[in-house]
Design a protein around this ligand. Structure first.
Ligand code: ATP
Ligand code: MG
Length: 271
């Protein structure tokens, strides 16, 4: 299970290549699933459209997410294989910053993978991980039974759920059960992005540090001030801005045509 040789520091897409390496490594450890690799590739494509940078609408959504998490009665952070593979330190830090437990929440329950994900989170400093094996003993109806088992101490009674890279069916189900859902998803057209109450269209690896920073900035605010942030937030508008940002960027790049320069290295044929 050796990691590939170091990616050069100067590589223009170093951050993206490092995430890929993390996922491949996580697949070996049974933390990530094969389907997770496909989901990641889909995310990368949208990240290219965004210019692999955090956008102003993502910053606004992160602010609303922080306020919603801080004002929740029973917030829960849902973790799947890709989240544990890509950002274990940051997801544990978010859980601390907003006092929300981490719950393993997989597309299909598989106890070896739940265990592997929980171990990864514990190794990165989590005190406790919900939803593993028999702990996911409660059922919230709405999807076929194998996919609706949740932890009675966690998702079952949660009022606010933070999730990332989640399937649309499951997000729809959580929304239908009356929970407020915060989603990180690079694809603003995905059903998860559309169903969530607060959608952060950004790479999870950039979004998490941003959300953590906003929770720290808002930590001492009064409840009324937090609720003002949440109430004035309009997810439809913010999603529209994320889509507009992509098409404006595409329009500019389409005009430009070629925008990646091949560095001139040689003295060979030319001059
Ligand atoms: P949906 O089920 O919501 O309609 P989908 O079937 O295309 O969408 P899933 O595989 O169910 O997608 O969920 C994965 C989602 O996570 C995708 O929308 C993908 O763009 C997004 N994604 C993948 N990698 C990242 C990442 N690193 N950061 C943020 N989002 C990501
Ligand atoms: Mg899906």
């Amino acid at each position: 299970m050796s990691m590939k040789p170091e990616i050069p520091v100067s590589h223009p897409r170093r951050a993206s290549l490092e995430l890929r390496e993390k996922l491949v490594h996580a697949l070996d450890k049974n933390v990530a699933a094969k389907a997770g690799l496909i989901a990641h590739g889909r995310g990368e494509a949208f990240d290219y459209l965004l210019g692999e940078a955090t956008s102003p609408p993502a910053v606004r959504a992160a602010e609303a997410a922080a306020a919603l998490l801080l004002s929740a009665q029973k917030p829960v952070i849902s973790v799947n294989g890709n989240v544990a593979a890509l950002c274990p330190d940051e997801i544990v830090a978010l859980s601390r910053a907003v006092s929300a437990p981490l719950e393993v929440n997989l597309f299909y329950h598989r106890s070896e993978r739940e265990q592997a994900i929980a171990e990864e989170l514990l190794a990165h400093g989590a005190d406790r991980v919900l939803g593993v094996g028999d702990a996911a003993s409660a059922t919230v109806p709405g999807l076929e039974s194998a996919r609706t088992r949740v932890d009675p101490e966690g998702l079952y009674g949660a009022d606010v759920v933070f999730l990332a890279l989640e399937d649309g069916d499951r997000t729809e189900w959580l929304v239908k059960t009356g929970k407020k859902v915060i989603a990180v998803d690079l694809n603003p057209f995905s059903r998860t992005a559309q169903f969530a109450h607060v959608t952060i269209v950004d790479n999870l690896s950039r979004a998490l540090p941003l959300i953590i920073a906003r929770t720290k900035a808002l930590a001492n605010r009064e409840a009324s001030s937090l609720s003002k942030v949440v109430k004035s937030y309009d997810n439809k508008k913010v999603l529209g801005e994320a889509i507009r940002l992509m098409y404006r960027r595409l329009k500019r790049l389409a005009r430009q045509g070629v925008f990646v320069e091949v560095p001139h290295t040689g003295d060979a044929q030319h001059n």
